[in-house]
Design a binder for this molecule. Structure first.
Ligand code: 13P
Ligand code: SF4
Length: 303
């Protein structure tokens, strides 16, 4: 990416000067993922790394809830998001008042909150989960009923794996993954015989049912790294396959995939501006942050 080399060089210099670290989600474009990122991974890995970093500044190349999670785990560090409009349809689907109302309707039932939520929603929760640890978290509670929000499809996909537990959910959806259909999978199998189909658990259950494997973005990457299937369809955000294709030249990556418009708001240009001008800092009300942090820390302790 010769035209972007100037930004890359500036970012690398700024990181050294300011003792900054860049965390990048697996859905970031290859020119970010393979050049300036210090840590790449799924939401769980980014949360863990945020908890472990000794940098003074964290720049989240991801979406807003990921930056908030980093801030929750590092209240004394400065956390920046290169574009504060990088949201998430799941995070926007539910408010703290909605969670309080769910608790009122289901007294005593623990609330498991997907990390794809605002700090205010996390603050109303007993424990958080990611797509990489959701099953483990649900089972860790040792109860036969849970509220799992806000992703209806993730909750239904987990419920299918834990039939002993009743899972009450919410009608939130990922605008990227809800678009896939079982026909998409049948079509890819017809066009590419022998293809290994992987889905993210934010896909509708009838889509997941057609796949060979379903897991978080890191679980899909690990599957490719260790099993080296010849042909893979990653039924998820498009940059996932683009990033892996650069790493695993012997694997053929085929469509379908969809773009996440929120993830795509992050560019080398605005990462550079975030570092240069120290802009779009994430702030969370300290009282609310204490309650939200407890839910994230409970997750990290279990998983
Ligand atoms: P992962 O935790 O699997 O990376 O998923 C995050 C996400 O936003 C998927 O849409
Ligand atoms: Fe949110 Fe879906 Fe984008 Fe992930 S892919 S950040 S869940 S809108």
């Amino acid at each position: 990416w010769p035209l972007l080399a100037v930004d890359v060089e500036a970012i690398l210099r700024l990181k050294r000067e300011k003792n900054a670290t860049i965390l990048a989600h697996n859905y970031q474009a290859p020119e970010i993922f393979h050049t300036v990122a210090d840590i790449v991974g799924d939401s769980l890995a980014l949360a863990r790394e945020a908890a472990a970093t000794d940098a003074d500044i964290i720049v989240m190349a991801g979406v807003h809830f990921m930056a908030e999670t980093s801030k929750l785990l590092n209240p004394d560090k400065r956390v920046f998001i290169p574009d504060s409009r990088a949201g998430c349809s799941l995070a926007e689907s539910i408010t703290a008042a909605d969670v309080r109302e769910l608790r009122r309707r289901h007294p005593g039932v623990p609330v498991i909150t997907y990390v794809n939520t605002s700090a205010a929603v996390k603050a109303e929760s007993d424990i958080c989960c990611t797509s990489g640890n959701a099953l483990k978290i649900v089972r860790s509670l040792g109860v036969d009923r849970v509220i799992m929000l806000p992703d209806e499809f993730l909750a239904r996909n987990i419920a299918a794996q834990a039939p002993e537990i009743e899972v009450i959910t919410w009608a939130g959806h990922c605008e990227v993954h809800e678009l896939f259909t079982p026909d998409d999978i049948r079509a890819v199998r017809e066009s590419y015989p022998g293809v290994t189909v992987m889905t993210h658990p934010e896909c509708p259950p009838e889509v997941v049912a057609e796949a060979d494997f379903s897991g978080s973005t890191a679980m899909m990457a690990d599957f490719v790294a260790y099993k080296r299937p010849q042909r893979v369809a990653l039924v998820t955000e498009c940059s996932m396959g683009d990033n892996l294709a650069q790493q695993f030249r012997d694997v053929e990556f085929v469509k379908p995939c969809n773009l996440c418009p929120h993830m795509k708001r992050i560019t080398l240009g605005n990462i550079r501006a975030a570092l240069e001008e120290e802009q779009h800092e994430v702030h969370i009300d300290p009282l609310l942050a204490d309650r939200a942090r407890a839910a994230v820390e409970r997750m990290l302790a279990v998983a």
